[in-house]
Design a protein around this ligand. Structure first.
Ligand SMILES: [Zn+2]
Ligand SMILES: [Zn+2]
Length: 383
């Protein structure tokens, strides 16, 4: 039954159409594109598809119909994971970063500061590494519209210690923000999934290296591995899935750090664990999951995040991608409480899967079995 409310939603959605395309993280994309022909007698990689990329375990059809069903409120109604009345009002824990601590990180340990959403400052082996830097007020191509930040960034990019390396998971606006990356300056080296290097060069950031899933690069004392994720890319109405999405494993002398990026659950996590695990630390999304009928292929919920924690053999995990922007329909306060409940049900110690405050810094000791230190003649320097 269509009502005047539906009509109003259609009008509002049409007005916002350009933005809808750009707010990809809401989950509009599906895997799409024809499977390319076999070439040179070799099977093409299952995520490559004639100028585009696709998810190997999802049907090769677009999801625009479902996207509009969701946006117009026509999909099935879902209950929240925890009873709505049991949830407290959202009150983010905001801390002032200790700049002295950030400027004097112990290179033998892994020091991690959460800067909101999927942005972490990781300090290890004398390097300062950022994940998906996002410091802007809106996850949007324009400053006047689009999802607004609910919690201010704990630091401005200029207040960070000099950034050596940055890993980027994909091109959605809440993960790849032009103002944020350019303010890091041209000295930082960016590691990006296939198809994104030109965007960085055009943004005046020449030190960029793009990698396909399972490709690796050495950067001074660390090695960076691009690994699969189940997600999609879109930044304009014309570029759906033309650039790749990925997670990253950063192999350091203090242990391996897994940054899952933005992802739904797939059997690839077990493969990541088999090939590259165990992880000393895993940064795993716990928000962006409702409604499940639409978000599940593209976004983890806390039970799936815990499965990823297990699959990659994480000694320690930290939840991310929650509480910073309102992108999906779960209550803002729910992800960490839901995580805590499922950890308890599965008898996993709460400390094994942390949720940090905004601006909070934690220091983790080196992995008990330290990974082999790379030869010192690899040379420091970016791509
Ligand atoms: Zn995304
Ligand atoms: Zn996202």
């Amino acid at each position: 039954m269509y009502t005047i409310q539906h009509l109003l939603k259609v009008i509002k959605a049409l007005i916002l159409l350009p933005l809808v395309f750009l707010l990809g993280c809401a989950g509009s994309g599906g895997s799409e594109g024809p499977v390319p022909p076999e070439s040179h007698g070799q099977s093409p990689a299952p995520h490559h598809a004639a100028g585009k990329f696709r998810n190997p375990y999802l049907p090769a059809t677009g999801r625009w119909g479902d996207f509009w069903r969701w946006r117009l409120g026509l999909g099935p109604q879902e209950n929240t994971a925890l009873p709505r009345e049991s949830l407290p009002p959202y009150q983010p824990k905001i801390l002032s970063p200790d700049l002295n601590c950030l400027n004097h990180a112990d290179p033998q340990t892994i020091q991690v500061t959460w800067l909101g959403h999927a942005t972490f400052l990781i300090q290890v082996a004398g390097l300062n590494i950022l994940t998906d830097p996002m410091f802007s007020d809106r996850a949007s191509p324009v400053k006047f519209a689009g999802p607004k930040r609910l919690v201010p960034p704990p630091l401005r990019p200029e207040e960070l210690p000099p950034i050596d390396a940055v890993v980027i998971s994909h091109n959605h606006y809440d993960h790849l923000d032009k103002d944020s990356v350019t303010r890091l300056g041209p000295a930082a080296s960016f590691f990006v999934p296939l198809g994104l290097a030109d965007w960085f060069r055009q943004a005046g950031l020449p030190r960029v290296q793009e990698l396909d899933w399972w490709q690796s690069a050495t950067f001074g004392p660390i090695r960076v591995h691009c690994v699969p994720a189940q997600h999609f890319s879109i930044r304009t109405p014309f570029d759906a899935n033309k650039t790749l999405w990925a997670g990253w494993v950063v192999e350091t002398p203090a242990g391996k750090i897994f940054f899952a990026g933005d992802t739904g659950y797939s059997k690839d996590f077990r493969e990541i664990g088999r090939r590259l695990g165990p992880m000393r630390l895993a940064l795993i999304p716990i928000g962006g999951y409702m409604p499940r009928w639409f978000m599940k292929p593209m976004h983890l919920d806390p039970p799936a995040a815990i499965q990823v924690h297990r699959d990659v053999g994480a000694q320690q995990s930290i939840g991310m991608h929650w509480g910073t922007f309102k992108l999906t329909e779960e209550p803002l306060a729910e992800p960490p409480l839901y995580l805590r409940q499922v950890l308890a049900e599965q008898q996993i110690p709460q400390e094994q899967f942390l949720v940090m405050g905004f601006g909070e810094t934690r220091v983790f000791s080196a992995a008990p079995e330290r990974v082999a230190v790379l030869p010192s003649n690899q040379g420091v320097g970016g791509p």
